[in-house]
Write a protein that binds this ligand. Structure first.
Ligand code: UTP
Length: 233
């Protein structure tokens, strides 16, 4: 039985994602297929719009970053609940609660085909949670489903000449995202540098891809070629 962890960026649930209801149904169908092939899958859902909006509302009046992080965590759990209910409604064997720690999620994965969670504690993002969970359960890899096609040498929005990578080593990825420090509540990087630090330390394989294209999530879960960035030790 293969275990895989998928970090689903919160931006994937936003109205800008073309036909997001269909996106959710396709995700359900992919998970159903993987589960019937014997996989156990953990989804770690990001905070997206409600996290950004909540943090921006509170930022001018709350000085302590960890308190802003807690607002972000609440948003990730709201989004995780949406995904959990969608899976459950479609008949997937998914854990009943939204686990609040990596240990709790790891234990639930012993009983259910699918576990859905959001954030845990202040100081990192859900990418880092997904990577810790993948290490904890001995997953074969962690998929980071985000809203860009690849990891780039620089931010492609500000530098159109930035190079898209198909393959990277974990150390190269750490160089690109910077040292493993928390960038502050609501900060956005292609992958959380804190999580990358943990992946480097544990030699965890990462597949980073555009989660809006569900066939890429499917390809990565099935161990096939997919468009995106493959990061190995
Ligand atoms: P996200 O995981 O959504 O991070 O958590 P992100 O990279 O800002 O956004 P996406 O992935 O593009 O949607 C939102 C915020 O919640 C807090 C952090 O402040 C983070 O920026 N958070 C989340 C934590 O402090 N701990 C967690 O375990 C998860």
């Amino acid at each position: 039985m293969a275990k895989v962890v998928v970090a689903l960026g919160g931006s994937l649930l936003r109205p800008e994602v073309k036909d997001r209801h269909n996106w959710l149904l396709e995700l359900v169908s992919i998970l159903r297929d993987r589960v019937s092939s014997g996989d156990r899958i953990a989804l770690v859902v990001g905070g997206g719009a409600p996290a950004r909006e909540g943090i921006e509302l509170a930022r001018p009046i709350i000085g302590d970053i960890s308190h802003l992080d807690r607002i972000g965590i609440a948003a990730t759990r709201l989004n995780a609940t949406i995904v959990r209910e969608a899976l459950s409604d479609e008949g997937i064997e998914v854990s009943g609660n939204i686990p609040e720690s990596v240990e709790e999620a790891a234990s639930e994965l012993g009983y259910f085909d699918v576990v859905v969670m959001g954030g845990t504690v202040p100081g990192h993002t859900t990418d880092a949670v997904a990577i810790s969970l993948a290490i904890e359960v001995g997953a074969m890899k962690c998929i980071i489903a985000t809203n860009v096609s690849n990891v780039y040498s620089e931010d492609p929005k500000s530098n159109p000449g930035a190079k898209a990578f198909d393959d990277l080593t974990l150390n190269q990825l750490q160089e690109i995202v910077g040292p493993p420090k928390h960038g502050g509540a609501g900060g956005s990087q292609v992958v959380d540098p804190v999580g990358v630090g943990n992946a480097v330390a544990n030699g965890l394989a990462l597949d980073i891809l555009d989660g809006r294209k569900t066939e890429r999530i499917r390809g990565s879960l099935e161990g096939l070629e997919f468009d995106g960035t493959k990061v190995r030790g």
